[in-house]
Design a protein around this ligand. Sequence first.
Ligand code: PGA
Length: 264
Amino acid sequence: MNAPARKTMIAGNWKLNKTIREAIELVTLLKRRLCDVENTDVVVCPPYTAISDVGEILAESEIKLGGQDLYWEDKGAFTGEISGAMLKEAGANFVIVGHSERRQFFNETNETVNKKIKAALKNSLTPIVCIGETLEEREGGRTFQVIGAQFKGAFGNFSREEMKKVILAYEPVWAIGTGKVATPQQAQEVHAFIRKELWNAFGEAVASGLRILYGGSVKPGNISDLIKEVDIDGALVGGASLEADQFSELVKQAMVIAPLRGLE
Ligand code: PGA
């Protein structure tokens, strides 16, 4: 079997869930169940209060650590915020940027997303940048327009070298936490569009090397069909990442498909 051109990634976004004790419990189970991970990158993104403890437990494991957000300044009078350097010190190598919940509830804009991605790269964190349309936008026939604008807003002033270090996540807002997953064909259509935008803006090498994850009601039962699509390189998982059985089963399903996919 050929090696996949783009390594599959499964990232768990715990959102506002898990006390320190619960986080330790979950990650201890995950570490045990996923000790033989191969062909797939696994990342967990706990809340800030638990990130150091989770990082310590994961230190010698195959599972990697990410933050759920960051601020673009390194330090200063920004109450409630956290910097890239702080995440890095806690053991993180990844950070989610521009999640639709941040855009919806916390006034995240394309401009702040852009600054945050730059700050992540400056601190050697790999940003997982989320873009996606609402139901109203999809039903109004504006999906590609919205995705295109989010893409340009996030990466307008990026160099090829910077862009290579980014991971994208297509998360249709109507599929997040609703149980209403996009069909593999619906997701693939948008992933292909994003890859074309990447190609136009940054050239073939960046477009074909960059991973685009899908997010929105991903479960053990639908991950395989999603990542069989040529442009879907993994998943950003919310609800199903909160429980060890479900998340490890989901990763195992992905590991079965991983060696077969991504061959363009
Ligand atoms: P969900 O969340 O899997 O619960 O739909 C996905 C996400 O918000 O990243």
